[in-house]
Write a protein that binds this ligand. Sequence first.
Ligand code: ADP
Ligand code: MG
Length: 337
Amino acid sequence: MIRLEHIEKSYTVGKLTVPALRRVDLDVKQGEIFGVIGHSGAGKSTLIRCINLLERPTEGRVFVDGVELSALPDKRLQEERRKIGMIFQHFNLLSSATVAKNVAFPLELAGLPKADIRDRVRSLLALVGLEEHADKYPSQLSGGQKQRVGIARALANEPKVLLCDEATSALDPQTTNSILALLLDINKKLGLTIVLITHEMHVIRSICDRVAVIDGGTIVEEGPVTEVFLKPQHPTTKDFVEQVADRFELKEALAHEKAAGSRSIVRITYLGETTYEPVLFEAARETGTPISILQGTISRMKDTPYGQLVVEFGGSDSQVSDTITLLRTRGFDVEVL
Ligand SMILES: Nc1ncnc2c1ncn2[C@@H]1O[C@H](COP(=O)(O)OP(=O)(O)O)[C@@H](O)[C@H]1O
Ligand SMILES: [Mg+2]
């Protein structure tokens, strides 16, 4: 649905050239929720704004829904941009207009008849749960409600793609979750392709299918969230994964056990419904290996439950390796730490 090919972007500030993106390639599939995570200044906003050409890449090509946007003259670009909605960290609502008027605005620009606009605004406000607030002004709304207006407005022209630039970064955790649930809901209901950028791993873990990690203007790691999250490779990715506290505690537990001279510490990762099966204990019983659990977590990534256990195996080397083999043949990922 979206393809970025060899995107380069630099800004010119006076006599200086500030590089912001270097050789970025990206492929976002129809109907998926694609996350881009990076620290402040990594190039996230530049990247997402290159998708709808709010920023023109210095080099490279941008395709959305089969059309090369980067090759279009301005007027055609404006038409194609209607297929792309966007929401922002600070909502960017018109403060002097009511909620209904804010949502109606893009429809008026598109030249829809008044009666159609009224109907469409009503159904959009119902979709985001704001029917009761149509006549209020933005200043009378909470942050979460303002973002719901932003979402309704972004969806007004029935776009195929929704771009979210730090859309939950100004919200408290509970409101963040309700906005994420809404995004997931419209992704499913409307089959909308969503690209979101964030600096919070929690956001990625909750609703994204795939993720790219951006650092210093380049994508340093990319893949399904289940993979990137459980097996981060790049140091920046590891940093982000540590934001979600369980891994962090693990580091301390490990240091402690290692100091105590322990040898066979492994991390077992399981994905999907098997999470809830007591396979580890069956394996240990079969090989007669004593185990002690150092740490465990069960959580979920979007629709996928997963668990991670850090355990210490006692017993002989062959008992330990048999147990590991057994676990691996049952489909578990076992990493010796
Ligand atoms: N309009 C601009 N003019 C000059 N430099 C910019 C501009 N926008 C962004 N930059 C620079 O480009 C880099 C990436 O910025 P940005 O895309 O906003 O990152 P992020 O959204 O990840 O915080 C930063 O070094 C930033 O200072
Ligand atoms: Mg930004």
